[in-house]
Design a protein around this ligand. Structure first.
Ligand SMILES: Nc1nc2c(ncn2[C@@H]2O[C@H](COP(=O)(O)OP(=O)(O)O)[C@@H](O)[C@H]2O)c(=O)[nH]1
Ligand SMILES: [Mg+2]
Length: 202
């Protein structure tokens, strides 16, 4: 059995990591705790362990320049015969707890990952400052050649600061996306998967 490609989903608290993993794999393991006081109306839980989602990346063998589809592993297993003409890669999405004090857990979860998706809440200045810290921390324990994509999430929300502003604040290129509406997310993940495959075959 081919080993799954491992992608670390990291970033500061409230950036959308658990939501992303759950939206791609409804059966994901998500270890959260109820917060003593809710951060916002729809943020009442915080990751205290890790998240683990299992998905399959499916690309047609003919016309494989297509970015393909991402489906949960359990959906893929149910409809396997539909995908006989597809190149299938299993992918594990491992989410971290985003609060600052969980730094050690983040460093452990990063071990052995093939690529990193770094999420930022693109609507909050304070959040972006904390993101800069976590990005620095992440780079400290990752090999330089591990593919990394930085995503400014929540592009659907009022007050979104936008790619240009966020890129200049964190001094890195970021992609615009919304986990909620799925805009830009599938493209970002399939593009990091392609980068990982290219690296592994070169
Ligand atoms: N508007 C909007 N809200 C989002 C989006 N992604 C996540 N959220 C919300 O942001 C909050 C934090 O999400 P969560 O996945 O718990 O963040 P985590 O702490 O990084 O795991 C939740 O209330 C989500 O519903 C998005 O793309 N747009
Ligand atoms: Mg979480």
């Amino acid at each position: 059995m081919e080993k799954p490609i491992k992608i670390l989903i990291t970033g500061y608290f409230n950036s959308g990591k658990s939501t992303l993993i759950r939206s791609l794999d409804p059966d994901a393991i998500v270890i959260e705790k109820h917060m003593r006081s809710a951060y916002s109306e729809d943020k009442t839980q915080t990751t205290t362990g890790f998240d683990l989602g299992r998905i399959a990346w499916l690309r047609p063998k003919i016309g494989s320049e297509s970015i393909g589809e991402l489906v949960s592993e359990s959906d893929y297993e149910k409809q396997k015969e539909t995908y006989v003409d597809y190149i299938v890669k299993k992918v594990e999405l491992k989410g971290v707890p985003g609060k600052m004090h969980f730094s050690i857990i983040r460093s452990i979860l990063a071990k052995g990952c093939d690529g990193v998706i770094f999420l930022i809440d693109g609507c909050e200045m304070d959040h972006i400052k904390n993101s800069i810290e976590i990005l620095k921390e992440t780079k400290n324990y990752l090999d330089k050649d591990i593919p990394l994509k930085i995503i400014a999430n929540k592009s659907d929300k009022e007050g979104y600061l936008g790619r240009v502003k966020i890129s200049s604040l964190i001094q890195e290129d970021v992609l615009e996306a919304s986990v909620k509406t799925k805009r830009g997310i599938i493209e970002a993940i399939t593009s990091i998967l392609e980068q990982i495959l290219r690296k592994n075959t070169s």
